[in-house]
Ligand binder design. Structure first.
Ligand SMILES: Nc1ncnc2c1ncn2[C@@H]1O[C@H](COP(=O)(O)OP(=O)(O)OP(=O)(O)O)[C@@H](O)[C@H]1O
Length: 295
């Protein structure tokens, strides 16, 4: 469990966090989303004791990071700026960290296996690809088998197979009862992975809800229609009260009517359709709408 109360972080000219209070619960993947500069990385750094809040406090398992007796066994983290480098091999890098944290050497092989790096364990870190380094960062986070895990942009550098692997890993870790807190700008992926979402804007928490609820409340169902007569169709649909936006290439996004009504109107006017389908809104639609409503 992560608990933040009234977190404020001021830099000289910027207020990065402006009274953020939230709880991240165990057993589910919680996504952490918000525009660039909203305060996600700052929040992560405060949780990890890498920076001190100007006001307020944040605890992991009831204690501030600095009070944790064995930090790597309490909380594991992959930060965006974690880019490990060096001449050591992946295995030696992990051994070195394990030794410092009094974690048994046998755990190194385990975590290398968990992240799919067993075969690359002897390679120098500098010779690893971006995605492999990302996996090494995750292995480091898992080293102490901690109940709380923070991942800042964990999809960075991963290929499609890696992204799918990451989704399963995060869900498995949450399924084991851990607290899994993940920031990401890849909202389509987060929608598949996270159960809960914490939305931050201008240093304040603007939503803390189940992903499905945010999407249901904020992202409207719409109709997608593709027609070679898009202009004519737009006029026809607008005249019956629909809202029509161009999605490019003859595709239209229509709200205010359902797909059946759009199809009927097209037939009545003799307008050709190449595609007609009903779509639910996405997490991305929901977050964009939430942010726009605050302007
Ligand atoms: N060390 C620092 N000194 C001064 N300002 C900072 C510092 N770190 C962050 N900021 C500012 O605090 C605000 C929040 O930044 P933060 O990196 O937490 O946002 P973020 O949500 O992680 O953004 P992104 O999605 O771009 O990674 C920004 O305005 C940023 O410029």
């Amino acid at each position: 469990m992560i608990e933040a109360t009234g977190l404020v972080k001021r830099y000289r000219r910027t207020t990065a966090l402006d009274g953020a209070s939230f709880t991240v619960r165990p057993g589910v993947v919680t996504g952490f989303v918000g525009p660039n500069g909203a305060g996600k990385s700052t929040t992560m750094r405060l949780i990890l004791g890498l920076d001190r809040p100007s006001e307020g406090s944040v605890t992991v398992g009831g204690k501030s990071y600095r009070e944790l007796a064995a930090p790597l066994r309490e909380v594991g983290a992959l930060l965006e700026a974690d880019a490990v480098s060096g001449r050591r091999s992946a295995r030696d890098h992990l051994r070195w960290i394990a030794k410092g944290a009094r974690i048994p050497d046998s755990r190194v092989g385990e975590v290398l296996g968990m992240v799919g790096l067993a075969d690359a364990a002897g390679r120098r870190i500098t010779a690893l690809s971006t995605g492999m380094r990302q996996r090494l960062g995750i292995a480091t986070a898992l080293l102490g088998d901690p109940p709380v895990l923070l991942f800042d942009e964990p999809l960075h550098g991963l290929d499609p197979e890696g992204i799918r692997w990451m989704r399963t890993l995060l869900q498995d870790l949450a399924g084991e009862g851990r607290t899994v807190f993940v920031s990401s700008h890849v909202l389509a992926e987060l929608e598949e992975t996270a159960e809960q979402v914490l939305v931050i804007g201008d240093g304040r928490i603007v939503a803390d809800v189940p992903v499905t609820r945010l999407v249901a409340h904020r992202a409207r169902r719409h109709v997608r229609v593709v027609s070679p007569d898009a202009a004519e169709l737009t006029d026809a649909l607008t005249s019956i009260g629909a809202t029509v936006d161009s999605a490019g290439g003859g595709a239209l996004t229509v709200t205010g009517i359902d797909a059946a009504r759009a199809g009927t109107v097209a037939r009545e006017r003799g307008i050709r359709l190449h595609e007609l389908c009903s779509r639910r809104g996405s997490l991305e639609d929901a977050v964009v709408s939430l942010m726009e409503s605050r302007r």
